[in-house]
Each structure stands twice: as structure tokens, then as C-alpha cells.
Design a protein around this ligand. Structure first.
Ligand code: SER
Length: 326
């Protein structure tokens, strides 16, 4: 991995992965963006950027050519709740866009990372310690695009030798860029409410467990899988990865250990709840551990400390101890 193109570089994962890869790679890491989501600040200043709309194959090919790209991170997607409102667009980006990326990669010899998700599973999947190879019959358009993406990526690897690799991300939690309309977003929003001193209105019912992951672990997974020795791979698209599973009560408790007067009430969103109910409670990530050495670093309480600290810094909210001294 030398010269990298990130498609969706200004999104929740892309904005952080671009910066991390710029420290990590010896070549150019190109921030691919769409009109209306241009990079700004350090993301713009620290390396090249190019307009790359995933639905436009020519734009992908032009950026690959210009920067001699050998690896593409395909991070363009509509998240689960938004995709239910715009299923046609979700397909166009998730599947049509991936097809464009794979075709360009077949012609130019690029490796491709395209995340799949816990959303690739459905109600008929075993919900606890969901195995690597199991039933995948999702009922959301997001899930349909993710399963299709897994199959198409494996097809291109087998048929054309394109080096496609992928992980099934849990809900991702980060303080840099907000996610856009997912079912797991509540687990990010709850931290914003906690540092701002607001009562959090939780859209997901108590007792609804989903796999979640702190962004530093997710970035490491995305890099490590692309650098792994492929001779050990039995799977490619896509590996279960996991680090923690919790329900709203558990994350609330974790925050209350550090913000004792934090309040949460339930205002359940039926769409997000139905999606969450169809997803696994927790994934079994044994294959990723064996085939490329995956190992998470963050648990719930370490993530909570780091999120609260960094969000207060970002939003200029004093630490509770500092506030007492003022
Ligand atoms: N975070 C995603 C969503 O909620 C799941 O991969 O849509």
C-alpha cells in the first residue's frame, strides 16, 4: 500500500482514516470527495484531494491514473436508517458504485477495501456470537447492498484476481466526524448529550444489544487487513470483527460512572428499533483473529473516558474538575 485513494474521505470513517494513512504510507493518500462535502482544514492541507463521485467511473479512473493509486478504500455509503428513506440511491452508491470501483481496479490492478457491516445480517441469523459463515438475509436496503458487495467483491477476487478485502464493521463510535443516519448513531450522540449536560433521548429500547467499536480500533482493522499476508486468508469478504457489545443501559451506566448526574429517557424510533432488532447482539470474530491477527484494544469504559475527554476538548467544555476551580 503506497498510493491510496479514499472514496468518501470526508465522512465518519474517511476523515480519520485519511489522516492516519497519511502518517502511515510513503506515497500519496488522496482524499476523494463529492460536491458539497469538500475537505477543509487539516484534511485539505495535509495531502492531495480529488473530486471522486463513486457513481462516476471516469472520475475514479482519473484519480487512480493521476496519483498511481495501488489501493482504494471505498467508504461511500448511505447508512441504514437513511438508506430506508432512499433505497434506490443506496443501491446506486453501494452496489453501482462498488461495481465502478471493482472495474477500475480490475483494469488498473488496485487492491480494494470495502466495509461490510453487522447490517449484512438479518432476523434469521443466529443473534448471539453470530458465526463468520451463517445466514445473511437482511431486510434493509443497507444490508442488501452490503451482502451484494461481499459477494461481488469475492467474485472479482476469484474471477479476476482483484485483491479485495473487507471487514464487517460494528457501530462505530468517534468524536471527530458524526455518522450520518445509522441505527447505531445513538451510541455517539449519547456522549454529546453527556458533555453538554443535556438529557439524552434514546431512540433504541433498553435490552437491545448491538456490537460497537471505538474508531481507533476500526481504523487499525482497516489498515491491518490490507497489509495482512493473504496466503493465510480462508475468507476475504468479509470478516466479522468485534470488540464490545452493549445495550443503551450499559453505555448509560458507563457514562454515569464519570458523569453521575447524567440523565437518559427513552423516545424509541420505530424504524431504528426494527432495524436493531434484526441485527446480531454480538459477533464471533475468531476467523479474523486466526487469519490475520485481529485484536481489539478498547472496551466500553476505556472508550467512555476517551470520548468524554476528547469531546469536551473539541466543544470547549471544561473538565468537571476544572469547572469546580473556576
Ligand atoms: N453504523 C451502521 C448503521 O447503523 C451499521 O454498520 O447503519
Amino acid at each position: 500500500m503506497k498510493n491510496v485513494l479514499i472514496i468518501g474521505a470526508t465522512g465518519q470513517i474517511g476523515s480519520e482514516l485519511t489522516m492516519k494513512l497519511r502518517e502511515h504510507c510513503s506515497g500519496d493518500v488522496v482524499a476523494g470527495f463529492i460536491k458539497g462535502a469538500e475537505p477543509t482544514g487539516v484534511l485539505l492541507e495535509s495531502g492531495p484531494s480529488a473530486e471522486v463521485d463513486i457513481t462516476n467511473a471516469q472520475q475514479i479512473a482519473d484519480a487512480v491514473e493521476k496519483y498511481h493509486v495501488d489501493t482504494i478504500y471505498n467508504l461511500a455509503a448511505l447508512l441504514s436508517a437513511v438508506a430506508e428513506g432512499k433505497p434506490q440511491l443506496a443501491w446506486k452508491i453501494g452496489v453501482g458504485g462498488l461495481y465502478n470501483v471493482l472495474e477500475v481496479s480490475r483494469e488498473k490492478g488496485c487492491a480494494v477495501f470495502t466495509p461490510s457491516s453487522i447490517g449484512s445480517f438479518g432476523a434469521s441469523t443466529p443473534h448471539d456470537r453470530t458465526p463468520q459463515d451463517t445466514i445473511q438475509r437482511p431486510t434493509t436496503m443497507y444490508g442488501v447492498t452490503k451482502v451484494t458487495g461481499e459477494l461481488l467483491s469475492d467474485y472479482y477476487a476469484r474471477r479476476f484476481g482483484v485483491d479485495t478485502r473487507s471487514v464487517r464493521f460494528p457501530g462505530l463510535i468517534s468524536y471527530t466526524t458524526l455518522p450520518g443516519g445509522g441505527t447505531t448513531d445513538y451510541a455517539v450522540e449519547i456522549y454529546y448529550a453527556a458533555v453538554k449536560g443535556e438529557t439524552f433521548k434514546c431512540p433504541i429500547k433498553a435490552g437491545t444489544y448491538m456490537d460497537m467499536m471505538y474508531m481507533p480500533d476500526a481504523l487499525r482493522a482497516a489498515i491491518e487487513i490490507m497489509e495482512a499476508d493473504p496466503t493465510k486468508f480462508i475468507h476475504r469478504n468479509s470478516f466479522n470483527i468485534a470488540s464490545m457489545s452493549f445495550d443503551p443501559e450499559k453505555i448509560y451506566e458507563s457514562i454515569r460512572l464519570q458523569v453521575p448526574d447524567f440523565k437518559m429517557e427513552y423516545e424509541v424510533d420505530p424504524l431504528r428499533q426494527a432495524i436493531a432488532d434484526s441485527w446480531p447482539n454480538s459477533l464471533d470474530d475468531t476467523c479474523a483473529r486466526i487469519e490475520w491477527g485481529w485484536l481489539p484494544a478498547y472496551g466500553l469504559d476505556e472508550m467512555t473516558s476517551d470520548m468524554l475527554y476528547n469531546l469536551r476538548k473539541k466543544l470547549n467544555i471544561p473538565e468537571p474538575a476544572e469547572a469546580l476551580n473556576q
